[in-house]
Ligand binder design. Structure first.
Ligand code: URA
Length: 491
């Protein structure tokens, strides 16, 4: 007698596992089961409900008096991948392995066994699909309605070969933790709103989402394309044609290949004098974006507004917002930190997180008012690495500091402070273009020009990261002395 089992078959291991357990405990042989997809059945016979449960006569179950089932952990890993495969034969294959494993405990080690080899090929194909999805999803920003504040929202469309959406979704949650997003695919969707990761197996329709980031992708791709390294076959394996229709940069590929030889000759000619690091082109493209400031702002408020759309370097892509300086537009003292941290990024204000609290305490001890100071940072966007749900601070590199110096110089021009305080090496580099050791320049006034004095102290987050309490307290005391000195210099 043939048992028929209907499954949804959209990547959920538990539905196959429940059915397979029932069949195995009833002693039913692989060839006696007809695994079917519920969707196919509905396609043939209309929308009649079809049971997904394995229905085996209770008498047969009892007759076989089942022993507890067990399988190696490697099989569970294999099965959780294989149920995502789009091959209709996956359930039968899995059941054959499951059935045989009861007697052949080391079956999975037999790489030449036809079932095992097929299962490994299918598992590889799932791995490839997963990798392609992580590499080729292209998010498009969906602007918030005018006047509505909130997290940035993004939408992406992707066409995976297999039912891998729920499997890949946690990767995107980790990688794009700080923004709201939806990834829609014909094999289900996933969404993240900062709290909850949702997945659905319902097929989605392709949305119409072309925007100006397409152009940025093309510029980026053209600039990293290296004709000297062109290997067409390898390139087509890495980026197979079936993905091209959803990749804005793919339309460049034929012309880049065609022009590779000429470009190579040209590169050879220019090599000695003109290096072409891709960042320059990317940033030129970013600077061409409509939000880039065109006219220099005449007031701090106008400058703040311009900076809110800054795309001078690519840190803006991941940060929540620009964190601009704040304080009186004619403050005598300007404090320059390194860059906003996690809390500053969310609040849109400098020095409001743990480092800000240390700063406020030191000011209070020195009898200084924070409201009298103009407080800003060398870099105006938060740079971080997502790790789980946390965003780990990363130091800005010299290029990022140099790009952001444009804003700091405008702030200094407008506020005209008598005393500028550099907190840490990034601020010092931004203000002086020098990479001095902090200890060599720290804790004393340095004349910058007729109108301005520079004072260098440590980066507050550095203080907070000193693990040894005794050393931390010593450093904190030195920092408080620095702040007292700043008070004296400012008076
Ligand atoms: N918060 C800031 O805004 N800047 C720093 O340098 C450190 C914390």
């Amino acid at each position: 007698m043939i048992e028929t089992c209907f499954l949804e078959g959209r990547g959920d291991l538990s539905e196959w596992r429940d059915a397979a357990r029932t069949f195995l405990q009833a002693g039913i042989e692989p060839k006696a089961i007809d695994w079917r997809l519920r969707s196919e059945e509905q396609g043939l016979f209309g929308a009649e409900p079809v049971s997904s449960k394995a229905e085996v006569a209770p008498t047969r179950l009892a007759a076989n008096n089942p022993a507890p089932l067990s399988v190696p952990a490697a099989f569970l890993r294999l099965a959780s991948a294989l149920v995502c495969h789009s091959d209709p034969g996956r359930f039968a294959l899995l059941y054959r392995l499951f059935f045989r494993l009861q007697a052949e405990r080391h079956l999975l080690d037999l790489k030449t066994d036809a079932d095992v080899a097929l299962a490994h090929r299918m598992q590889k194909s799932i791995g490839r699909d997963y990798h392609k999805m992580t590499a080729f999803v292209r998010f498009k920003e969906i602007p918030l309605p005018p006047g509505v504040a909130g997290r940035r929202r993004f939408l992406a469309w992707f066409e995976p070969d297999h039912f891998i959406v729920a499997r890949v979704a946690p990767f995107f949650q980790r990688r794009f933790n700080d923004m709201d997003w939806i990834i829609a695919t014909p094999r289900g969707s996933a969404s993240w709103d900062g709290q909850t990761l949702l997945t659905s197996t319902k097929p989605a329709e392709k949305p119409d989402i072309t925007d100006e980031t397409d152009e940025l992708w093309r510029t980026y791709y053209a600039s990293i394309f290296n004709p000297a390294r062109l290997k067409v076959k390898m390139m087509m394996t890495e980026m197979p044609k079936k993905y091209w229709k959803n990749l804005p940069e793919a339309e460049l590929i034929p012309s880049l290949i065609a022009g590779a030889e000429a470009k190579l000759i040209d590169m050879g000619r220019r090599q000695a004098t003109e290096p072409l690091p891709f960042h320059h082109r990317l940033q030129e493209a970013a600077a061409r974006m409509p939000d880039a400031p065109i006219v220099e702002a005449g007031t701090i408020e106008a400058l703040r507004h311009e900076a809110s759309g800054c795309t001078r370097c690519d840190l803006h892509c991941r940060a929540t917002q620009t964190v601009f300086g704040e304080g009186p537009a004619n403050a005598k003292v300007m404090i320059v930190g390194e860059q906003p941290g996690d809390q500053e990024d969310l609040a849109g204000r400098p020095f409001v997180g743990p480092a800000g609290r240390v700063f406020d305490e030191a000011l209070a001890l020195a009898g200084l008012e924070r409201q009298a100071l103009y407080v800003t940072n060398a870099v105006k966007h938060f740079k971080y690495e997502p790790r789980g749900k946390r965003r780990i601070h990363q130091r800005p590199n010299a290029g990022e500091v140099e790009h952001c110096r444009w804003w700091l110089n405008r702030e200094i021009d407008l506020v005209k402070p008598k005393l500028v305080v550099a907190m840490g090496a990034a601020a010092l580099f931004s203000l002086t273009d020098r990479k001095d050791r902090l200890e060599n320049v720290r804790s004393r006034p340095i004349v910058m020009d007729d109108t301005r004095t520079l004072f260098v102290t440590v980066h507050l987050s550095y203080l907070l990261r000193i693990p040894d309490k005794v050393r931390r307290d010593e450093e904190l005391a030195r920092f408080r002395d620095d702040i007292r000195q700043i008070g004296r210099l400012a008076s």
